[in-house]
Design a protein around this ligand. Structure first.
Ligand code: HEM
Length: 447
């Protein structure tokens, strides 16, 4: 990708915009509202970029989005500004003046290699307990199972001082998800869409309850000792506020972003991994054999798990096909040219990672799950965790979680797909790419 001066070649700008809008609308109706699939289809048909010039927005599904992510001149821009007014200065923003380095380093202190190894034990024990509670031949609702599992893992490892039962955790997570979704609707599609989402989800009441709960928790954390605060991620943020590196509000509201960024994303990726493994019994058997050959049941060795080629390729392939953060936004700080289309400085770009990940030039049969792609392609042409200075701070935690859960699961059970029930299964493009609630697999205990 090259950067050239503005003005770019425009051609029939207004007509192109109208045609693209019409095309998106038509596709949207024809495909019954599968917005992510529609955006993929339409961006691919337009060489990877659709520029809605009058609206100052471009939707990009070209793999060169990696270069935009790597370039620190581009900020979160007006999307962050819109979200900030709803939730507070919570996103680890890339906008000038935001205390992102302080927030990132407070979080990273709690997501470094030492801590990840401690979490591995917690992840394994929660996973084993959940799996032991299943019966041979049982039907598992993937979304429900993965949501409960990842939520418990997240609270027990990253928020160890939080005292919450299962129900309270779910209410908290639901309020966060609704608040973030409403906010994104406002930022992306305007206040009408936000009002609609808000009406459907009662988001106002949930948001108020959420902020009240955060206020209470902040109070509880504020009286903890230094040693106790050192124990978890939220405590680290409280410490950063105590040391004057963040304001109380900045620190408090980070809890929202960690849960919002880390829960549904990991849950979705896991659910799709289980679904694909169930659908591909041969691959499932190969991965199980690899796990059984190289690991022992009672001794979790992360250095081994991280190196298992098949297990990790399954994870990479799932993240390619169903990148949970399927849209990433930036406001361009400099002009950018993608495939001869030059977008000027200040354009709001919406980058559709799932579209970029299915670029046929690099991935044969891009919509199919396959372990035959060259490994180097993932590094260059996929970016499920973003790239560069704004990339996912929780990526090592999410990967560790997926490695352990899949390994423990395949060690104990064989996953069987129910083809009839799953026939019409379509991804749901929400805050993450969600598996439909009806998606199921059958668990057969290994002998
Ligand atoms: C499979 C699971 C996950 C995926 C696919 C994912 C994906 C992403 C992506 C694409 C970004 C970059 C967004 C951008 O550039 O605008 C991001 C940022 C972030 N993620 Fe994740 N994430 C996952 C899990 C997690 C977990 C488990 C945590 C916390 C423990 C987390 C915390 C964050 C935070 C704090 C940021 C903001 C980083 C910054 O702007 O400096 N994520 N994530």
């Amino acid at each position: 990708m090259t950067t050239t001066a503005y003005p770019p070649k425009t051609g029939f700008g207004i007509f192109k915009t109208a045609i693209s809008l019409g095309n998106i609308g038509l596709q949207f109706i024809l495909r019954k509202g599968d917005i992510g699939e529609v955006l993929r289809h339409v961006t691919h048909a337009n060489d990877g970029v659709i520029w809605f010039k009058p609206f100052n927005i471009a939707i990009i599904g070209h793999p060169d989005i990696r270069d935009i992510l790597l370039d620190s001149r581009h900020t979160k821009g007006n999307v962050h500004e819109a979200i900030k007014s709803d939730i507070g200065s919570i996103l680890v923003s890339l906008n000038p003046g935001h205390p992102r380095e302080e927030i990132r380093s407070a979080l990273q202190r709690y997501l470094d290699a030492d801590h990840i190894n401690n979490y591995a034990q917690i992840i394994q024990s929660i996973t084993d307990r959940k799996l032991n509670a299943q019966a041979d031949g049982q039907t598992l609702y993937l979304r429900d199972f993965c949501d409960h599992l990842t939520l418990e893992i997240m609270y027990r490892s990253l928020f160890a001082n939080f005292v919450m039962d299962d129900t309270e955790r779910e209410v908290f997570a639901d309020a966060i998800s609704t608040t973030v979704l409403t906010s994104f609707a406002r930022a992306g599609a305007g206040s009408l869409a936000a009002r609609l989402v808000s009406l459907l989800n009662r988001s106002g009441a949930k948001r108020d309850a959420l902020f009240q709960r955060l206020e209470d928790l902040w109070g509880q954390y504020s009286i903890l000792t230094h040693e106790e605060l050192e124990k978890d991620a939220f405590g680290q943020l409280v410490l950063a506020a105590k040391h004057g590196k963040l304001t109380d509000e900045e620190a408090r509201t980070q809890a929202i972003i960690i849960i919002a960024a880390g829960h549904e994303t990991t849950s979705s990726a896991l659910a799709w991994a289980m679904y694909q493994l169930a659908k591909q019994p041969e691959i499932q058997n190969q991965v199980r054999t690899e796990i059984l050959q190289h690991t022992s049941p009672n001794q979790l060795d992360m250095s081994v798990l991280r190196q298992l080629p098949l297990l990790n390729q399954v994870i990479d392939e799932v993240l390619r096909l169903y990148a949970p953060v399927w849209i990433v936004t930036r406001q361009l700080g400099a002009p950018v040219t993608i495939d001869q289309m030059t977008l000027p400085k200040d354009t709001n770009v919406w980058m559709v990672t799932t579209a970029a990940h299915r670029w046929a030039e690099y991935f044969d049969n891009p919509d199919d799950f396959s372990l035959n792609h060259d490994k180097s392609l993932y590094r260059r042409y996929t970016m499920p965790f973003g790239a560069g200075y704004g990339s996912c701070v929780g990526a090592p935690f999410a990967r560790t979680e997926m490695q352990i859960v899949i390994a423990e699961l395949l060690r104990s059970y064989t996953l069987e797909a129910n083809i009839t029930e799953n026939r019409h299964l379509r991804p749901i493009y929400s805050t993450a790419i969600r598996i439909p609630k009806s998606a199921i697999v059958k668990l057969i205990a290994n002998v």
